[in-house]
Write a new protein. Sequence first.
Length: 551
Amino acid sequence: MTNRITVGELVAVALDRLGVDHAFGVVSIHNMPMLDALARGNAIRFVMARGEAGAANMADGYARCANRLGVVFTSTGPGAANAAGGLVEALVAGTPLLHFTGQTARAHIGQGRGSVHDVPDQGAMLAAVSKAAYRIDDADQALDIIARAAAEALAPPAGPVSIELPIDVQKTLIERPAALDDLMPPVIAPPAPDEAALDDLAALLIAAKRPLMWLGNGARHAGGEAARLMALGLGLVTSQHGRAVVSEDHPLSLGAFNATPEVVEFYRTVDLMVVAGSRLRGHETRDGALALPETLCRIDVDEAAAGRGYGSALFVAGDAALALAGLADRITGRMAVDPAFAGDLAAVKAATTAAYRANLGVYGELCDVVRAAAAPDVIWARDITMNNSTWGNRMFPLSAPEQNVYAVDAGIGQGMQQAIGASFAKGGAKTLAMCGDGGFFLNVSELWTAVQERCPVVFMVMNDGGYGVIRKIQDADYEGRRFFDDLLIPDLGDLARIAGLPFWRAGTVAAVGTALEAAFAVDGPALVEVDMQALGPFPTAALPPHLRPKD
């Protein structure tokens, strides 16, 4: 019995040992040794995307909902470049991802000889869109690099790590490393916060009368710790990416209503805001112009966050869950929160929800119907649309962070692909993908990935006959001059018939609910078209400030 394996086989076995159970990608001449080994090993389900961009976004969506390492395989050169947008999204969103790409044979790298899929300095390209990038030139170093890359992808702040494997390295026979059988999923010790800094922050909390937390994606694992603090009287608001760290129906949670006029006025009464695991992104802070409470403290694993965007009265470097738990230990029995604070927060929540709903008009009713048709634990995946930028990101209630999937860096078309990947999490979770017609057709080929894999995804296409968001920006900033916003698209019913998809078209709120209920009953993917022109124009008053016409 031989004890020799190829590096391609080592990759497959190593991923299995690392706990990977799904991978996404496109087979190619420059990754075939790895994928051949993956298939023969039969331990990891490989999902055949129609393009590398789709594969990267699928791996991202899967990792977010499964709370584990995502894996994507691409070819080299153009194939690796096609995945760049998905890697950027994973980098911005903090998604742990391993990206395996091929390379030309070592003798040809960087020689400009016109080898197949050759590209000048592919490593630099990958380094620019990844947390880190490696190339395995020495076959005997392959296992060490793969293990290191996996740990680096998972270490907070998490992100994508790319690994190049030249085709001759993939085919190289090596002695099976003894360490391969002992390889385990990385155990990442969360960075402990400084005890003295926690003492100082606890003192500020004890002195506060109206304290509020702002939690982001970096605190998504800290729900229990956040709930402890809320039981002591702290209020909560979240970023859009940090939604449902604590269930949004909690009476002390404002959810992701973090910048409405009512909430901004409420901030004026808050005497301490503790921001944990959030970058305070421009979309949610009006590019830093949002007035937050004067005394603002931050908790983050990334020490660079201390001076990013908003100043901090106090900065605590460390894991959000450990820090919030440490604070709860220190302040229990010592808080004297204003007795009116909880009631005031509840009144603000009710007022801002009512005003938001009123501004949405019929689209507020649509949100209610969509929510009622979907299961409580549905994965809520969205593309960049007016509907997502408004009610999708805020008003559609969620109870767990794993339900929340969208393109954090606002890339069009990525939400559809993320939804497909997310549907493989948790044993095949029902997933609702809300897409604009523009984003949907940017990546419509991936619809066939969902069909082939029998993904439990309902694609809900909000069809307004073009780029609705672009039109609103043109109305707001370009005196209503609309160029390049109209799209000629095929009839979605005809498309569904070609794909073999169950299809419904709905032009009223009630019809949307009926269609979704039927679509969710399908064993596999289904397509629902919402005719926004029949529903009526999307109300300008509901849009974020940057999309509204200037006074």
